[in-house]
Design a protein around this ligand. Structure first.
Ligand code: SOE
Length: 374
């Protein structure tokens, strides 16, 4: 495999995660672009990179860059990913792919027309035990599905002093908590369960009406001072879905649930068995069985499905986790650029699917009605 040259655009918490994953996958990080030339210089120095790009145009003009990682606030995704594709680059674009369904569709069409690899980090697909759950369901171990349920809860916006660009719909998009983290849950359970949602009934609530001045990165400690601002995006949401096979699903999402830092949890209950997964305890898959039995499948390279083994790069008992998912996702994106076809790689098409679900969830919350997804 030849060394890929990559550039990272956006230097917040997630830009640093992309950088570590790129390095581990053997790419050469050529440089970084940020919200200002000064910030790009500071980050390039601390990351020990050859270049601090003044802006995106400079990134795209660099012939040593084959892949652009778009890690900026959501409202910039469309323009940046489009420019990168038009310049012939492969693109990894943070989720949500775009803040509207139309923009997400336009990006996916462009990536297909240009024949570029274009992926979106729905990285929870890369937990090895998630792959195990998917394989067991695909093999029929659970039988027909009866129910899908779960939640994705965080608390980094619990303090009214906390604020962030995501809270502002002009920068984050019309939906906040659902588009930011509900999108992960929907991608995950559709992919694991193999059934697609066709209808939704959703409700949103903003429980903190005013927040301090926007500051800092996601999950950072709020800074004091600044004028308080009214909040219009949702802090919590509840949604019911129905799949094409008729299975009911329910989801609760929140960024204001004390003590829940990044707890994505789902359970899929079938006629013969159930499986449950907790992102904060991701070394184990719970398997519920009839006749007073239950089992735990432990992550590791020595047992289980082929994909579970492939992604278990450390022995059982040596925890992997979120960072490992990101590393595997980025490595698979680069493998796709080299012509391989890694299983379960989330692409711009998955970004469009997610944008469609978010669009329909928003419509349902506004109209208070069951709304078709399609
Ligand atoms: C913030 O809520 C965030 O960083 C999301 O944007 C990510 O997609 C999720 O993986 C963790 O939380």
């Amino acid at each position: 495999m030849s060394t890929l040259g990559i550039a990272i655009v956006g230097t917040g918490m997630i830009g640093a995660v992309h950088r570590r994953a790129a390095l581990l996958a053997g790419a050469a990080v050529r440089g970084v672009a940020a919200s200002s030339a000064q910030r790009a210089r500071e980050v390039a120095q601390s990351w020990n990179l050859p270049r601090a790009y003044r802006d995106l145009d400079e990134v795209l003009a660099d012939p040593q860059v084959q892949v652009v990682h778009v890690c900026t606030p959501n409202h910039l995704h469309r323009g940046m990913a489009q420019a990168a594709l038009e310049a012939g680059k492969h693109v990894i674009c943070e989720k949500p792919l775009a803040t509207t369904l139309e923009d997400a569709k336009a990006l996916a069409a462009l990536a297909a027309a240009r024949g570029r690899v274009a992926t979106v980090p729905f990285v929870y697909r890369y937990h090895p035990v998630v792959r195990e759950a998917r394989a067991r369901i695909a093999q029929g171990e659970l039988g027909p599905l009866h129910l899908i349920h779960g939640s994705y809860l965080q608390d980094w916006l619990l303090d009214p002093a906390s604020n962030n660009w995501r809270v502002d719909p002009a920068l984050g998009g019309a939906s906040r908590v659902f588009a930011d983290i509900g999108s992960h849950w929907c991608d995950l359970v559709e992919w694991v369960g193999g059934e697609r949602f066709i209808d939704v009934s959703a409700a949103f609530a903003t429980v903190i009406d005013e927040r301090g001045a926007p500051s800092g990165q996601s999950f950072s400690t709020p800074a004091a001072g600044g004028a308080w601002q009214p909040v219009t995006s949702e802090d919590v949401a509840a949604a019911m879905f129905r799949t094409s096979a008729g299975t009911l699903a329910s989801l609760t999402v929140s960024q204001v649930s004390a003590g829940r830092r990044n707890r994505l949890w789902f359970e899929i209950d079938g006629a013969r068995a159930s499986v449950a997964f907790n992102q904060e305890d991701a070394e184990r898959l719970w398997i519920g069985l009839p006749d007073q039995r239950e089992a735990i499948f432990v992550r590791g390279p020595g047992a289980g499905s082929a994909e579970q083994r492939r992604l278990s790069v450390l022995p059982a008992g040596h925890a992997q986790g979120y960072g490992g998912c990101f590393d595997a996702f980025v490595a698979d994106t680069y493998r796709a650029i080299e012509g391989e076809q890694p299983q379960g790689l989330p692409t711009f098409e998955d970004g469009v699917r997610s944008a469609l679900i978010v669009d329909r969830v928003i419509a349902s919350a506004r109209t208070r009605a069951w709304t078709p997804i399609g």
